[in-house]
Ligand binder design. Sequence first.
Ligand code: SF4
Length: 343
Amino acid sequence: MVTCSFCGRKAVYINPLNGISYCKLHFNSYLEKRVRKTIRRYNMFQSKEHIVVAVSGGKDSMGLLHVLNKLSKGNPDWALTAILVDEGISGYRDNTIANLKKYAQENNIEYKIVSFKEYIGLTLDEIVDRGRNLNLPYLPCSYCGVFRRYVLNKAARDVGGTVLATAHNLDDVVQTFLMNIISNSWEKIARLKPVAEKGSHPNFVPRVKPFFEILEKESAVYALLNGLIQPDYQQCPYARFNIRFTIRKIINDLEEKYPGTKYGMLRSLERILSIMERSQFKSGNEFKTCEVCGEPSSHPVCKACLYRYELGLMSPEEEARVKRAIDNNPYLKKFIVNSNSSL
Ligand code: SF4
């Protein structure tokens, strides 16, 4: 039996990089200490904060909620609200919604469940069907990512959140880093910082990633050890269309053959971000205000409104505003692919 390097109890996790083994107690304290260190290093929270945690009900976000709930006990001026966005994917969210409700009720945490149906007008399943019928070339994850960010920002603002904590872990970050290298998207790499700039737009709730330096494997062990999820994890039915899952496999294979690959990629990203900052590289994160919905946007019309336009989900007044914006900014046309569009 492998025993804990600190107390001799049964080990539940061995760090492959340095061989240190941890029992449940010492693993919890190792992970929570690392998260606290990340929070301090990047100055994620102030002494008075209303932290909104973006929760999916899965391992990473439930783990993050658990850690922040523990931390909030020592910070009386912190308020905590969990927000879950139900995308409307048939049969996919039922367990995770029940999971969040149970945890939040048992731990006395405020929570809110919002949905694409409520904010966008259709479920993701309906959006995907409609997009296919209109011959739009977008993948389900493209709609999902754009609309989820849009809904989360609005919902976080609606509950009075001052900061939005997302559960992106180290694996998510390095996968996105590699995906953006492949697509030569350096503006998106510049936005991979663990803290999104505060005060960049009055309607933007600043985002932080406290699990930035936590491996996905560690996050899964933490969630299971603390009874935060059921072991019967269910994958989203649209996941197979996403390039991320191929990238994930490639990086996991590399990590297995060459332990330390993921940390190496993270350190490279940090170095690139610091070079970009010094050279004042423009991330495109200088928000404008969407001329249709008023939300923060990198372009005169935000991506969510462009999708809504192409999907035919706008009122005539909103459509007129999109057309006006495109007349004034013809380069916006490159974001519109709907051949049925009258533009
Ligand atoms: Fe959304 Fe794609 Fe994730 Fe499914 S796999 S929840 S569609 S981003």
